[in-house]
Ligand binder design. Structure first.
Ligand SMILES: [Zn+2]
Length: 291
């Protein structure tokens, strides 16, 4: 994994040395410790019943189905509330999938005491309907997306013959509008620390330029989103769905790298695994504490 910067170490040592309460350190301006100690939660906003397993693991037997979790993730530190992905709410998707127990994502985070306006930042893993579709529910947040993802899905994707599966045109229109409001930050590639302690990574692409999020700390967390759908993909070395259909080896390698970055497979959190809500303690309605 990328080592924590010397500044992180220095800041933490200083806190211990002078014996001040940790919270004092977290509040110190210019000291990037806050995200290291950030809380991480998964918030379930629904279930898709009977999703074809082959859509998640290309080598799965035909006809096998699974109930998958719909989730967003919250990283909360002393001075920021960061949402990783935003879910969706547009009606047309309820006609295409058997969605159960839906709670609109901006309401689902209320069990953490978070109002939509409290969300300072949204990290968009990729532009698919069930991840970027709720962006406009968080009107004040700065949205972070890979530049190549933004450029492709606002342009070339809509040309004849181009690939845009799972992309909702209304989401793209909102993204463009949000950019005109100065609320979109375009990220260039792999290993970029966008917020102190929060680093985005790219790898095998789930969409044109998907990204995942590493949360630094004593127990680092990797929020994979759909770059890995299920734990069994990592544990059994199986590929998840990728933008390039034949990039299975690349996807497996990317998942291995996530495990290295997190230091433990249990701290790599897949995008749709219902087991997330079994493995971690429940702290509210549909909410589990990952860290
Ligand atoms: Zn998804």
């Amino acid at each position: 994994m990328r080592p924590a910067s010397p500044l992180h170490h220095r800041a933490r040592l200083l806190c211990l040395y002078v014996g001040v309460p940790l919270v004092t350190c977290l509040g110190s301006p210019g000291v990037p410790v806050a995200a290291q100690e950030a809380e991480v939660f998964a918030v379930r906003y629904g279930t898709i019943r009977g999703f074809p397993l082959r859509g998640l693991l290309p080598d799965a037997p035909e006809g096998e189905r699974i109930d998958i979790a719909l989730a967003v993730w919250v990283v909360r530190s002393a001075d920021r509330v960061v949402l990783f992905d935003t879910g969706f709410f547009r009606e047309s998707w309820f006609e295409r999938f058997d969605v159960r127990d839906f709670v609109r994502p901006d309401r689902a985070i209320a069990s953490l005491g978070i109002a939509p306006g409290d969300v300072t930042d949204v990290v968009v893993s990729h532009a698919h309907w069930d991840h970027m579709g709720g962006l406009e529910l968080f009107p004040a947040a700065t949205a972070w997306i890979q530049r190549e993802e933004f450029v492709y899905y606002t342009g070339q994707a809509w040309q004849q013959g181009a690939r845009r599966g799972g992309i909702d045109a209304a989401d793209v229109v909102h993204l463009v509008q949000r950019n005109t409001q100065g609320l979109v930050r375009l990220v260039d590639g792999d290993g970029v620390e966008i917020i102190p302690g929060l680093t985005v990574h790219t790898g095998s692409r789930h969409t044109f330029a998907s990204q995942y999020l590493h949360v630094a700390g004593a127990a680092p967390i990797v929020l994979a989103s759909d770059n890995v759908y299920l734990w069994r993909a990592i544990e059994e070395g199986r590929a998840s769905a990728t933008f390039e259909p034949d990039d299975r080896d690349g996807n497996v390698a990317a998942a291995r790298r996530m495990v290295q970055l997190a230091g433990d497979v249990g701290r790599v959190i897949p995008g749709h695994d219902p087991d997330t809500f079994v493995r971690f303690p429940e702290v509210g309605e549909g909410v589990v504490r990952i860290r």
